[in-house]
Ligand binder design. Structure first.
Ligand code: ADP
Ligand code: MG
Length: 399
């Protein structure tokens, strides 16, 4: 099982001290962080969660202070009013999803089921709430649930002999918004109940919107018949292209009262990946730290050390990793080294690109993304990476 504190420590050894002050409960699928105050909860959500978006588990944060207030915030329909169409920045890579969602909120049932998928932090959850809020304001009955919440509710109802009430609740809405349905994997009973609800809502020409981090065909351990329902309507991908990223950065800089000149925009552009959540987190941090001038001399030696170590691991010479080539082994070694520069040395994408003689930050971004994907998909590779990471850390005296 992964260890949350260890993960935080690898990312940011300063933050781990703060996290140690909170109560942390970790299960194989999620992490619950309980902070004493609401202020700390916000800090965790905004600052740190932005950096840990790829932890691979759901991270929930609660504060002891709020208790009741949170219940109010999360009314029974599960909708959060802060996510609306008005504060959603539209660009090339999300405009189709945006348009269809807007249409669906006005005319529930038009494109049902609608299935939206895409990577983390791209605004999927934001859009779901926006649909719910808008349709609610037009008099429709909408309900938003995380797939895991749906599952927990189902189990509770089953235990309390209230499964009929559960079915009724979900079958009597105009719009059902179900988030992160990839988490329904292996939850057989939940899949059965969802299938029932689905059939009822479809027969009444109501609207269902599913969101997932992947295409239905890539969802594992979900029954064939449910998967075929997921894929039976409109399937849209949501992404983030450079141009949209730029508008979002401008929008968020303004929102946080920061300058929107080229220096700021470039700085955010180069230091963040393709995740709006990461961009938001970065800008919020920027508000406190300001632009840091690069102190390259201190890490320069570590960078070279890292490259040397990774090259040796792949039985290559350090200069091999910096030369132009299509040789697979070299490419793999270089991508891995770039990834480790990011995760272990926290270098910016442009610094990494420069180190490997690449013209601009996009090549580093691409390589690192590749490694992240491979790590998710290929267990052997993930293991190799973990071992290498440990050995580099030891070698460079990081911890
Ligand atoms: P996902 O569900 O795809 O992982 P979220 O919807 O939770 O991502 O989005 C992460 C954060 O980024 C949220 O705070 C959300 O408001 C913000 N965000 C995402 N996309 C946009 C956008 N196009 N315009 C404005 N904010 C966005
Ligand atoms: Mg989400």
């Amino acid at each position: 099982m992964r260890n949350f504190l260890l993960f935080v420590e690898n990312r940011d050894r300063f933050a781990v001290g703060l996290f140690r002050q909170f109560k942390i409960e970790e299960t194989p699928s999620r992490v619950l962080i309980i902070t004493p105050t609401l202020e700390q909860k916000r800090w965790v959500l905004e600052y740190i969660r932005a950096r840990l978006y790829d932890y691979g588990k759901e991270i929930l944060v609660k504060s002891q202070e709020e208790g009741k207030r949170q219940e109010e915030e999360l009314t029974k329909d599960g909708l959060l009013s802060s996510f609306s169409f008005d504060n959603f920045v539209v660009g090339k890579s999300n405009q189709l999803a945006y348009k269809v969602c807007l249409e669906v909120s006005k005319n529930p049932g038009v494109y049902s089921p609608l299935f939206i998928y895409g990577g983390v932090g791209l605004g999927k959850t934001h859009l779901l709430h926006a649909v719910g809020n808008r349709s609610k304001s037009l008099g429709y009955k909408a309900i938003y649930r995380q797939a895991l919440e749906f599952s927990e509710e189902m189990i509770k109802s089953l235990k309390n002999g209230k499964i009929e009430d559960f079915r009724k609740t979900y079958s009597n809405v105009d719009i059902l918004l179900l988030d992160d349905v990839q988490f329904l994997s292996s939850k057989e009973r939940t899949q059965i109940e969802l299938f029932r609800v689905f059939e009822v809502l479809q027969s009444k020409e109501k609207q269902i919107v599913f969101v997932s981090d992947r295409h239905p065909k890539d969802i594992r351990d979900v029954s064939e018949r449910l998967l075929s329902r997921f894929a039976s309507g409109l399937i849209l991908e949501i992404g983030l292209d450079a141009e949209t990223k730029l508008s979002i950065i401008r929008h968020k800089l303004l929102l946080f009262g920061l300058p929107t000149d080229k220096r700021y925009i470039d700085y955010v552009m180069e230091n963040t990946g393709y995740s709006v959540r990461e961009i938001e987190g970065f800008i919020k941090t920027l508000k406190f730290t300001g632009i840091r001038e690069e102190d390259s001399t201190k890490t320069a030696c570590k960078e070279e050390d890292l490259v040397r170590h990774v090259a040796k691991y792949f039985s290559l010479r350090p200069e091999d990793l910096k030369r132009e080539t299509k040789e697979r082994k070299v490419l793999k070694a270089r991508q891995t080294a770039m990834y480790l520069c990011r995760t272990l040395l926290h270098m910016s994408y442009s610094e990494i690109a420069r180190l490997f003689g690449k013209p601009d930050h996009t090549s580093a971004l691409y390589s690192i993304k590749k490694v992240e994907e491979k790590k998710q998909q290929d267990r052997k590779f993930a293991y190799m990476l973990e071992m290498l990471e440990k050995s580099v850390k030891k070698h460079l005296g990081l911890n």
